[in-house]
Design a protein around this ligand. Structure first.
Ligand SMILES: O=c1ccn([C@H]2C[C@H](O)[C@@H](COP(=O)(O)OP(=O)(O)OP(=O)(O)O)O2)c(=O)[nH]1
Ligand SMILES: [Mg+2]
Length: 143
């Protein structure tokens, strides 16, 4: 995959921390540390620009350690990086913890997983096929 890196200071390509890691850790590429107060959101640049092959997307996911220890998570749940996006990958962090959190240059703030996806064509109809579940959802089978 083609990758362009424009970092605030030089660091290596995103990498898988272990052989079996699904996610590549993404680092903050920032001039100054960012202080994130409780419930603050911030868009953090990573210095990474990608040309993802057609038929794949990049998923930005949080890091469990940051979420558990500091309440730092993604404001958009899972970020979607489209294959035709040529801008810088940025991470939308939110502080759901009770303490201020400092992000420093080079901190690993999120991870990137590549996924194949399917596209569909819609056929508009008046009635959908019956199923046992029907319109039941949102806990209708019990908690
Ligand atoms: O966490 C994220 C989510 C998105 N993006 C970039 C890549 C993605 O291809 C583009 C658009 O993302 P999305 O479709 O989620 O945002 P939108 O609000 O629908 O913007 P747009 O109208 O540009 O599609 O923004 C990121 O860098 N980080
Ligand atoms: Mg969009």
């Amino acid at each position: 995959m083609k990758v362009k890196i424009i970092n605030e200071s030089s660091f290596s390509l995103p990498k898988y921390e272990t052989n079996g890691s699904a996610g590549l850790d993404l680092q903050a590429s920032i001039k100054e540390p960012i202080e994130l107060k409780p419930l603050d959101r911030v868009l953090v640049p990573t210095g990474i620009f990608l040309s993802i092959p057609k038929g794949y997307e990049g998923q930005i996911r949080g890091r469990s350690g940051l979420a558990l220890k500091h309440g730092i998570t993604l404001a958009n749940g899972i970020g979607t990086i489209d294959s035709d996006y040529r801008g810088e990958i940025k991470i939308i962090l939110i502080n759901l913890g009770k303490e201020n959190f400092i992000i420093n240059q080079g901190d690993r703030i999120a991870q990137l997983v590549f996924m194949k996806y399917e596209k569909v064509d819609f056929e508009e109809v008046d009635f959908l096929d019956d199923t046992h579940r029907g319109i039941g959802g949102f806990g209708h089978t019990g908690i």
